[in-house]
Ligand binder design. Structure first.
Ligand code: KIV
Length: 295
């Protein structure tokens, strides 16, 4: 690991400005696409930072991609806070959004505010995200009133995939599209600064885009939204299962396996470590060491 000291660079003309809510709204107004990815630890945050994305979400998808749970449901607030704090340490310019996990905000406005405050105070998040409309719109209103920006999330909401009939596209009938529209508008009304639309027909997203004034980030919602989000492990090919709406831009897992396998082979055949990976000691010091050991 490098011991290079981190020298803080003051913001100048050539350093990117931190993303803010007004800058996001401005991007929407100007028709500039917003880029969001998930990250779950210090190195993935640094990668997102260096790639110049606008928003980083510590998604509860991390339950599956980095913690190995079968769904997003079991992940706890403490686990999400640990992941979020690690991401915070690797990030300076993108807006950092922490995902409120299942069971941490639905019970009451007070519960939602207390959990959201923990994401801001303990993990350094700029904002939080919660899933669904209905009572979640009321929770969003309470969290916004407490001074914490909230991102909404409707369509396929993995925390409640069971009631949605599984991990499947939503809003494919006029009735369900209308319900979705009501939820999205209620979240906007509640003060959400942005809304994620997941796994809905592109044409439904396009209709909603005519009515939603805050930046809309799509995932499996077509090309008409203000921005796109993908899960870090899906887009880099680290997680084995890739949903239909994700596109792989790299095959990182295959490279990681190849790297570890090459290391294992070189350890086993004695090719690693070589002299260039070893430290030297002055001959005289070594002799003195040998002599003292012999005494
Ligand atoms: O948890 C997550 O990664 C998400 C994104 C897919 C929006 O909620």
């Amino acid at each position: 690991m490098s011991a290079t000291p981190q020298i803080p660079v003051p913001h100048g003309l050539d350093t990117p400005l931190p993303m803010t809510l007004p800058r996001l709204a401005e991007k929407k107004r100007l028709g500039e696409r917003i880029v969001m990815v998930t990250a779950y630890d210090y190195p993935s945050a640094q990668v997102a930072q260096e790639a110049g994305v606008d928003i980083v979400l510590v998604g509860d998808s991390g339950a599956m991609t980095v913690l190995g749970y079968p769904s997003t449901v079991p992940v706890s607030t403490d686990e999400m806070l640990m992941l979020s704090a690690a991401v915070r340490r690797g990030l300076s310019t993108p807006l950092l959004v922490g995902d409120l996990p299942f069971g941490s905000y639905e019970g009451s406005d007070e519960q939602a505010v207390i959990t959201a405050q923990r994401f801001v105070k303990e993990a350094g998040c700029d904002a939080v995200k919660l899933e669904r409309g209905g009572t979640s719109a009321q929770r969003a209103r309470a969290v916004v009133a407490a001074g914490i920006p909230v991102m909404g999330h409707v369509g396929l909401t993995p925390q409640t995939a069971t009631v949605l009939g599984g991990y499947r596209a939503q809003a494919r009938t006029a009735e369900s599209a209308l319900l979705l529209a009501g939820d999205a508008l209620a979240l906007q009304q509640a003060g959400c600064f942005s809304i994620v639309l997941e796994a809905i027909p592109a044409a439904v997203a396009d209709v909603l885009m005519e009515r939603i004034e805050v930046p809309v980030i799509g995932i499996g919602a077509g090309a008409g939204t203000d921005g796109q989000v993908l899960v870090f492990h899906d887009l880099l090919g680290i997680y084995d299962h890739t949903p239909r709406f994700a596109k792989r831009y790299a095959e990182v897992k295959a490279q990681m396996v190849a790297g570890i396998a090459a290391f294992a082979a070189e350890v086993r055949n004695g090719a690693f470590p070589g002299p260039e990976h070893a430290y030297s000691i002055d001959e005289q010091e070594l002799d003195r060491f040998r002599a003292s050991l012999g005494q």
